[in-house]
Ligand binder design. Sequence first.
Ligand code: ADP
Ligand code: MG
Length: 246
Amino acid sequence: MHIELSDITAAFKERDDPALDGVSLTIERGEHVALLGPSGSGKTTLLRCLLGAVRPLSGTARVDGLDPTEPRDLRRIRRSSGVIRQGNDLILALRAQTNAVLGTAPGWTAADWVTILRGRVPARFRDQVSRLAERQGILPFLKSRAEHLSGGQRQRVALVRAVLPQPRLLLADEPTSGLDPVTARAAVQALREATGVTVVVSTHDLAIARRFPRIVALRQGRICFDGDHLSEADADAIYDERVVSA
Ligand code: ADP
Ligand code: MG
């Protein structure tokens, strides 16, 4: 999907300085972009603007021409999007594999519901769930309840859930936080393999950002870098002298 942000300003009433301050950004269909920035720089807020969860004070966001602040448009955006939220949001009492298929819910038949309520995976998703889970190293845990998984394992279940419905837009908010470097790389690889899909991944990790063909960096709610090669000097400019908010 094509993303167009025009001069977005977003603020929360609890704070004086805006979380996003005049952000304009175009992401072409099929582009893979890392959204880099220190904690508090506005990454989550930017992603939430695309999903209608934050309403900008001014400026516009468009996803394939759809307006996330319009409920009908928002439904269409959500139907085409796979989302990994910061800290994921698995249903802990359900099995990993049940969580993994939840993103496919819009297309379920009555028979699917019965299968899923029994904690099993409908036949047509089984191969794909196994394949994705194997790649993420969580195959042995698919039948475990999410509450018994480690943070990193949960994160990988959330990743499988996001890519399983084959979305046209993948938004992942710090999908590698809490993962060790090898696992983080596998997670990025899974997202990078979504060819033809627009992928936006937020991270505060330079090494992760550098695995993407385009890096957009935020600092204090403003875009301070947009390019394909982030030099050490660029990185310093993003992270140095940052105002650490209390
Ligand atoms: P990041 O994801 O880069 O860490 P965020 O987008 O979460 O940054 O936050 C940007 C700024 O907006 C921060 O100063 C943060 O404290 C503030 N902020 C984010 N969400 C809320 C909220 N729901 N209520 C109040 N302030 C918020
Ligand atoms: Mg965040």
